[in-house]
Design a protein around this ligand. Sequence first.
Ligand SMILES: NC(=O)c1ccc[n+]([C@@H]2O[C@H](COP(=O)([O-])OP(=O)(O)OC[C@H]3O[C@@H](n4cnc5c(N)ncnc54)[C@H](O)[C@@H]3O)[C@@H](O)[C@H]2O)c1
Length: 247
Amino acid sequence: MSQRPSQDIAIITGAASGIGYSTARYFAARGARVVGVDLSERVVELMSELPGGAHLGIARDLTDPTAADRVIAQAVAFAGTPTILVNSAGVALLDRAVDVTPDRWQTTLDVNLSATFYMSQAAGRVMLGAGYGRIINLASQAAVIGLDEHAAYAASKAAIVGLTRVLSKEWAPSGVTVNAISPTVVETPLGKVAWAGEKGERAKAEIPVGRFAQPEEIASLIGYLASADAAMITGTNVLVDGGRTGV
Ligand SMILES: NC(=O)c1ccc[n+]([C@@H]2O[C@H](COP(=O)([O-])OP(=O)(O)OC[C@H]3O[C@@H](n4cnc5c(N)ncnc54)[C@H](O)[C@@H]3O)[C@@H](O)[C@H]2O)c1
């Protein structure tokens, strides 16, 4: 059985907003050192203001395939070998399938899928060496049900679920677990734009619990999957959907 780390070192992508930021706050409040990565420069200030101090914000475009190795090297130099990676950076570019442009298709796959893979690969290399790690990938309910205007997004998120399974299988023997989380609509900047107005009210009516999720409700599940206690959970896609995909 792999060892519980004395202090968690959590790398979180998309840490300047929404689920990523809530997750950064969650880990910082529980004594972890956080390395937040985001396209937005705001991540530097936001991470410096987290409780506990000793956190790092890195402003980086993760669609650059060389970014991941540099981010992990920077994190290792700053805090040591990461114990946790949360891949939360994402975009939702919604179009009817007949209207999707090559540019918007490629951007969606580059951010949501390729950045998740390259970050996992780079973190995995050091976690495997340490014999311990927790990787959590943000997928979506769109990975398991068909939603209008979600062709590129759904493709990227379903691919994350497949990727999660393969990484979990390859890395479980070395103490590294890899799981996906698939929320319904979460009230973040991304969720509010994608589900504004009447469309959002209709979507809410389809959720048995009767509301959208809050980012803190996703962060607390990430926290559990990232804990040493969750050693037997790997390769799963956990739905946080108020019952939406079960109806
Ligand atoms: N909000 C929802 O309804 C919802 C539902 C299901 C899944 N998700 C997924 O959860 C994750 C987080 O979503 P959120 O709602 O917090 O979104 P958000 O827009 O609030 O935050 C996403 C962050 O990712 C960053 N980002 C975008 N492109 C980047 C790039 N190239 N390099 C580095 N950072 C980049 C953005 O700057 C932003 O800070 C996403 O993967 C999203 O697909 C969200």
